[in-house]
Ligand binder design. Structure first.
Ligand code: CAA
Length: 379
């Protein structure tokens, strides 16, 4: 076993770190306050190749490995988790799904602009009554020979308005339960496709979360990914990789908050000494550092398994379960270490604490990760 990153992986990490410091840090508090989608920043992220990192160069992607993706996600998330969720969804839910299960025509038409960052994608699984219980799809895709008629509502869709290409999961044959579900590529502008209300969120406030409505949307059959009935398997397999992205996002939020708390503990004095001299602060920082390192190893292990072509569903669920709890606990402690300053916006850690919470909810709640892990134990 070799714990060593390659020169290429280190270069990706450094480029992401540099981008986050120079392009994302200025304005991050303001964007959060105003719930302003970082359009210009996302455009630059795409130009640097961070929106289609793992896609093969022949489809305009970066041809990088999943380890590089984890490293980049950590660096971007240290500074701005609203940007990194857009990056994660585009990379691991939309591009990965299209590249691995789409046909050549779909890759040429849809994957290329997504991988180059020219367009942004969204993954549409959740519904008002189907969150954790993802097989309970009420959105329908009625088969009409050469096309489907799509009807229904999707909720909490990341990149809901900023996207122009949407992967929509819908039920075609109810009798077949989850084996009667399809995934369709829907383009913004198709008649009957309506972008609904924007959510006013606790965290990742600059990201673009909407409900979507489909009212008799005619979708060509050529836009179905995979065989008839493949949609649920598509969603589950895609989410296995998505969970590595969100685990890395949680890792980044935690390490960003920890770095701020560590620096603050050396500057701030109380009772005549920097607060770092107080043992309780040392213990907090020691726990934070240890849990962050454990999260990082879980994320890298899941990424490594994926790169090796091995089964990574259990590893990605473990990485997400552990890293998201770490993010929540570490950000709470970072606020505590900052005291009164931690409670105000200028010191960043209160935003990180708000951002951390969603990592325990989206792409499968912590409870769902435990189900995935528990079921894998019996295999
Ligand atoms: N990997 C691959 N296949 C999986 C899988 C996984 N992790 N989990 C389930 N499956 C497969 C099963 O093997 C089974 O296939 P077969 O019928 O061919 O054997 C099929 O899926 C159905 O599985 P179950 O019988 O276990 O179904 P279930 O209803 O009991 O439970 C679940 C499934 C794991 C709970 C699933 O519903 C689930 O993952 N729910 C969470 C959904 C989720 O993560 N939503 C996130 C929304 S997307 C998002 O948040 C994106 C964003 O914008 C940030």
């Amino acid at each position: 076993m070799i714990f060593k990153l390659t020169e290429e992986q280190l270069a990706v990490r450094d480029a992401a770190r540099d981008f986050a410091q120079t392009e994302l840090l200025p304005g991050v508090i303001d964007r959060d306050e105003k719930q302003e989608f970082p359009t210009a920043q996302i455009k630059k992220l795409g130009e640097l190749g961070f929106l289609g990192m793992m896609v093969a160069p022949e489809y305009d992607g970066g041809g990088m490995d999943t380890i590089s993706y984890v490293l980049a996600m950590e660096e971007i998330s240290k500074i701005d988790a609203s940007v990194s969720v857009c990056m994660s969804v585009n990379n691991s839910l939309v591009c990965w799904g299209l590249e691995h299960f789409g046909n050549e025509e779909q890759k040429q038409k849809y994957l290329k602009p997504l991988a180059s960052g020219e367009k942004i994608g969204a993954f549409c699984l959740s519904e008002p009554e189907a969150g954790s219980d993802a097989t309970f799809q009420q959105t329908t895709a009625e088969d009409h020979g050469d096309h489907y008629i799509l009807n229904g509502t999707k909720n909490w869709i990341t990149n809901g308005n900023s996207a122009s290409i949407y992967l929509v999961i819908a039920q075609t044959d109810k009798a077949k339960k989850h084996k009667g579900i399809n995934v369709l590529i829907v383009e913004k502008g198709m008649e009957g496709f309506i972008v609904g209300k924007k959510e006013n969120k606790m965290g990742i406030r600059a990201s673009d979360t909407h409900s979507l409505m489909f009212q008799n949307v005619k979708v060509p059959k050529a836009n179905r990914i995979g065989e008839d009935g493949f949609g649920f398997t598509f969603a589950m397999q895609t989410l296995n990789g998505g969970r590595i992205g969100i685990a890395s996002q949680a890792l980044g939020i935690a390490s960003g908050a920890y770095e701020r708390a560590l620096a603050y503990s050396q500057e701030r004095k109380a009772f005549g000494v920097p607060i770092f001299e107080h043992q309780d602060i040392q213990f907090k920082l020691a726990d934070m550092a240890t849990r962050i390192e454990a999260s990082r190893l879980l994320c890298l292990k899941a990424a490594w398994l994926k790169d090796q072509g091995k089964d990574y569903s259990q590893a990605s669920a473990m990485a997400k379960l552990y890293s998201s709890k770490t993010a929540m606990d570490v950000t709470i402690e970072a606020v505590q270490i900052h005291g009164g300053y931690g409670f105000v916006k200028e010191f960043h850690v209160e935003r990180m604490m708000r951002d951390a919470k969603i990592t325990q909810i989206y792409e499968g709640t912590s409870e769902i990760q435990k189900i995935v892990i528990a079921r894998s134990l019996f295999k």
